[in-house]
Design a binder for this molecule. Structure first.
Ligand SMILES: Cc1ncc(C[n+]2csc(CCOP(=O)(O)OP(=O)(O)O)c2C)c(N)n1
Length: 337
């Protein structure tokens, strides 16, 4: 059983305030609309490579940035569209990246799994492989004695049994590094249920205990629980300069990637998860408090949908990279003669 971080809803609500809550809802709607349009473009054959949607998980990273700011270092997996948007990447450049165009965030050469932004070290596709990078960023913060910063590392439940993850946790605990590891437990690693892949449950609590660090377990569908948990964890990390493990329990609404019909998950299971859609939970909380009307919500959703549609038009009109760009940014020592 997961024991969620206990936070006072009223206090959290009041502390964040109306404008920032509406801002968070707007960001979550941008992420959802961007993912829906990106997937549609993929279905039309306009996007190559893989595509992993963040739909369903929006509350976690949105709350993290809202509570902890954008000055820390961030690292995540191939499911990286949301974090890039939240850290300020332009929807136009991101859609152009999906379309493989020169105006894309990685000049059209990286694609869906390699989005970047200020303070976002990647968009990295090797499962667990990005965790040592985040640990290195935490080392830098400590070495340079930078204040008010931590290194946030998002990883999936499927990554937690990788060796690199455990070496990272051990070193971070041993060297007191300000690293916050966030396991986004969306119940599945591709088509494998977490219970069939990881020998202990809850993952966060058990693993944190093994490395002598603190764990926060968050309800990943609830923006308020995530906000309060991230805020407390960040504060604790800065004060103690100790790593922290967070497990955010969530559910992805789409298959692992776009080509996965997710036949391993029953319709009832998905329906139940979608009944706790993080966007609707936040919307309903705001409406209950009289901060939002149905009309205002519709207008906000439309505005974000239009941003996503405009990004597709921008991408479509953008030029393809020059073929010679294929050799740019590639490190290859010259063969000795
Ligand atoms: C080292 C390595 N092994 C296998 C893969 C293939 N792979 C890609 S995603 C994935 C599942 C990861 O699941 P999880 O960590 O739970 O993240 P989620 O996709 O659920 O966000 C696997 C096995 C890979 N990319 N890297």
């Amino acid at each position: 059983m997961h024991r969620f971080f206990s936070a006072d809803f009223e206090k959290t609500f009041a502390a964040i305030g109306r404008e920032r809550l509406l801002g968070a809802l707007r960001q979550m709607l941008l992420i959802r609309n961007f993912e829906q349009r990106g997937e549609a473009a993929y279905q039309q054959g306009k996007v190559g490579g893989f595509y992993h949607s963040y739909a369903g998980q929006e509350a976690i990273q949105t709350a993290c940035i809202a509570a902890c700011g954008a000055e820390s270092w961030y690292t995540t997996t191939y499911r990286c569209h949301a974090l890039a948007l939240l850290l300020g990447a332009s929807p136009n450049a991101m859609m152009a990246e999906l379309f493989g165009r020169e105006t894309g965030i990685a000049k059209g050469l990286g694609g869906s799994m390699h989005m970047y932004a200020d303070h976002l070290l990647g968009g990295l596709a090797i499962v667990g492989g990005h965790v040592p990078i985040a640990t290195g960023a935490a080392f830098t913060i400590k070495y340079l004695e930078q204040k008010g910063k931590a290194s946030f590392c998002f990883l999936g439940d499927g990554a937690v049994v990788q060796g690199a993850v455990h070496e990272s946790l051990n070193l971070a605990a041993l060297w007191n590094l300000p690293c916050i590891y966030v396991i986004e437990n969306n119940q599945w690693g591709m088509g494998t249920a977490v219970k069939r892949a990881v020998c202990v449950e809850p993952i966060g609590e058990h693993f944190a205990k093994a490395y002598g660090i603190r764990c926060y377990t968050l309800d990943g569908m609830d923006f308020f629980n995530c906000y309060a948990g991230f805020q407390a964890a960040f504060q604790e990390c800065l004060e103690s300069s100790r790593p922290i493990l967070i497990e955010a329990v969530t559910e992805r609404f789409r298959g692992h990637s776009i080509s996965d019909p997710a036949l391993y998950r029953t319709k009832e299971c998905l329906k139940e998860a979608m009944g706790r859609d993080p966007i609707f939970l936040l919307k309903n909380a705001l409406m209950k408090k009289g901060f939002l009307t149905e009309e205002a919500y519709e207008a906000m959703d439309k505005e974000q949908r239009e941003i996503a549609i405009a990004s597709m038009e921008f991408a479509e009109k953008s030029p393809w990279p020059n073929l010679t760009a294929l050799e740019e940014g590639v490190f290859a020592p010259k063969e000795s003669q």
